[in-house]
Design a binder for this molecule. Structure first.
Ligand code: AMP
Ligand code: GLY
Length: 423
């Protein structure tokens, strides 16, 4: 079997790792991939949004399965184009990827089908949004409707800040057309949990839980980033929370999409907030989380290719999805200055240590080859994942492994998973 993975980050490296464990898989390609993925796959210089080239490559190389890791190509309809060309692809079609691609759509869906979420209003007229803000309760949350690299959410403490937010999202178009429509929603407080799931259109099977750390600095200070580290499972995702979400969130979302004529096949990522009124959906994503995948996939016992094929074939009900009874922590090694400005092209050493020990993984996020040397090529450079019998052990192991790797300006948070001490 020949598999093509579309994407270039730590998530796609983690996917490639699980795919490489399947005995039926004889060859993996990745478009465009990175220097770490290149150890498992042949990286081809085709961008994730170059749909025609991806389709042509898949035909020429008789690809049996394309796994789309990233949100932009899913929302843009890559799966539809692959299917139209007769190529098997994993991920939602365009009409279902809207679950992530439009926050206004997902809020309306939740309201219509009574899935618990924050109260909100959608606006496509900035004047109406400004009027609404005059009488709103603060803090309040403004969200650009479309994809904005995880940066389109503003938490505003005052009317003044919120007015500036409307200006930057809807009028200055800070996030481009993603800001043509805006959601204004109630501010909630509570712990966040990420639950990823496999979906075959009808059946949903949730994976083990995880938690991300989105802010750049220790103690959840600093700017929002793509994610500075994760742990899995979350001790805050109790049986009670899981039962509630089984009853009111997970299957309800899959059924709602089907009822709307938008059958969802692929991954649904539920961003949950555990509020004092019970769990509520913060957001949906239509793909694996990054860096959630880097702690969830290494703990997956069931073969990833088998589950993906069951999703495509509509036989997920027959899969017994299993995870290891342990824990994993991923610490992101970034280039100092991320997410604002940082150097690239810095040589990385020590990567070979990870080949010597089981239970340790170094997933590449932003790296490339400069001749034979692997160098940094992004703000988030590597995701160092370690397993352990408990979260505490996994955390100690992951931080020990961060010392194996060196590059100039190496930066990380020192408190990934620290919240577990309070659990
Ligand atoms: P989202 O992309 O919708 O997940 O938003 C990014 C982050 O903003 C979330 O992970 C939360 O930390 C925060 N956030 C989003 N919506 C709300 C809300 N209604 N109340 C409080 N925080 C929120
Ligand atoms: N880690 C959050 C995301 O992938 O969107």
């Amino acid at each position: 079997m020949k598999v093509l993975i579309v994407g270039s980050g730590g998530r796609e490296h983690a996917i490639a790792y699980n795919v490489s464990q399947n005995k039926k898989v004889e060859k993996i390609y990745c478009a465009p991939g990175n220097a770490g993925i290149a150890a498992l796959a042949e990286c081809v210089p085709i961008g994730a949004m170059e749909f025609e080239r991806i389709v042509a490559f898949s035909k020429e190389n008789a690809i049996d399965l394309v796994i789309v890791g990233m949100d932009d190509p899913l929302v843009g309809g890559l799966v539809d184009e692959l299917e139209a060309a007769g190529i098997r692809a994993f991920g939602p079609r365009k009409n279902a990827a809207i679950l992530e691609g439009s926050k206004a759509f997902s809020k309306d869906l939740m309201k219509k089908y009574k899935i618990p979420t924050a109260g909100y209003e959608n606006f496509d007229d900035p004047q109406k949004a400004l009027e609404y803000l005059e009488t709103a309760k603060y803090p309040i949350v403004l969200k650009a409707d479309g994809l904005a690299l995880g940066k389109g959410v503003l938490i505003c403490n005052t009317l003044g800040e919120a007015k500036e937010g409307v200006q930057s999202i809807m009028q200055d178009k800070k996030f481009g057309s993603a800001g043509n429509t805006m959601v204004i929603e109630e501010f909630m407080t509570g712990r966040e949990v990420s639950v990823l799931s496999f979906v075959d259109g009808k059946t949903i099977k949730t994976m083990t839980s995880a938690q991300d750390h989105k802010r750049a600095k220790d103690g959840d200070q600093g700017l929002n980033t793509g994610g500075m580290g994760t742990f899995s499972p979350s001790p805050f995702y109790t049986k009670e929370v899981e039962d509630f979400c089984n009853q009111y969130v997970y299957q309800a979302t899959v059924d709602a999409m089907a009822a709307e004529g938008r059958e969802f096949k692929g991954i649904i990522f539920f961003g949950l907030m555990l509020t004092s009124d019970g769990p509520k959906v913060l957001e949906y994503n239509a793909r694996f989380g990054d860096p959630e995948a880097q702690v969830v996939l290494p703990r997956m016992k069931t073969d990833l290719i088998d589950v993906i094929e069951a999703c495509i074939d509509g036989t997920l009900d027959q899969v017994d999805l299993q995870f290891e009874e342990n824990a994993a922590v991923c610490v992101v090694l970034a280039s100092d200055g991320y997410p604002v400005s940082y150097d690239k092209g810095l040589p990385i050493s020590g990567l070979e240590e990870f080949d010597k020990q089981d239970g340790y993984y170094c997933f590449h996020a932003g790296t490339k080859f400069d001749g034979d040397q692997i160098v940094t090529n992004g703000g988030r450079v590597l995701g160092v994942t370690a397993k352990g019998a408990t979260l505490k052990e996994a955390r100690a192991n992951a931080y020990a492994a961060t010392k194996w790797v060196q590059f100039d300006n190496k930066y990380m948070r020192n408190d990934i998973g620290k919240a577990i001490d309070e659990a």
